[in-house]
Design a protein around this ligand. Sequence first.
Ligand SMILES: [Zn+2]
Length: 272
Amino acid sequence: MDLDLSSYFSQATRTYNNPSQIARKVTETWARDNLYCPRCGYPLEPYKDNTKVYDFYCDHSDQRFLLASTSIDDFQLKSTKSFPYNYFPSKLIGAEYYTTIRSLEEGVFPSLILLHYDRAEMEVQDGLFIHRLSVTRNSINQRKPLSERAVRRNWVGAEILLNNIPEIGKIDMIHESRIIPKETVMSGWTSVERVFKGDLENRGWISDVMLVVDELPEVFSLDDIYSYTSRLGELHPNNMHVKDKIRQQLQVLRDQGYLKFVSRGKYQRMGH
Ligand SMILES: [Zn+2]
């Protein structure tokens, strides 16, 4: 992996004038040449321009041995320049809202690749994989509808709230111009798949409890987490047994090595 974008910029500026087209071309070709699938480690395959809904995919098969694959993972690339954020914005612009929710429900929402680059330095400075399983209903927000006079009058946009995705689901591959070892990235990816199981509702519970745990001190009590009961209840209005659900998620998190039970009613968050 090479974080230098200068050759990509000089190539793209020969073909395009529009800055956003240039940025798109640069990050897309850089990603094609440098990124790997966080699950199996093979290079990501770009979708052909005229067929694509998403940007990259991996079928996790080793082409050299022609192993049959059982599944395909889709990836969507989103990139930001340093100015004005110097990292990632907390909200990413998504697609149409109802389409996005439907793709979550049907389990076809893609994993995301986030790149942050510096235009002046011509360098990729931060990169994240966001595992699709860690994105839940609570991570998607409805944007304000377009005005009456807008052409697409009934079109409602979605935004992806990075703060409503638990830390475990956001896997660093580049951090402040430092490349994270591939094995670390791949083991992070596997942890997400161990923790986030079941349907969207199940994953929503895990995610929402995890977001609370991420906010609490490293060692916390059952009462600490119970103080979020009403907030969690609002997120899951059809569930009457919020405290039971909370304890059930803590059990799952413990079984997956994300939490340790220190003593009766005391928990410790483990590194991951
Ligand atoms: Zn793969």
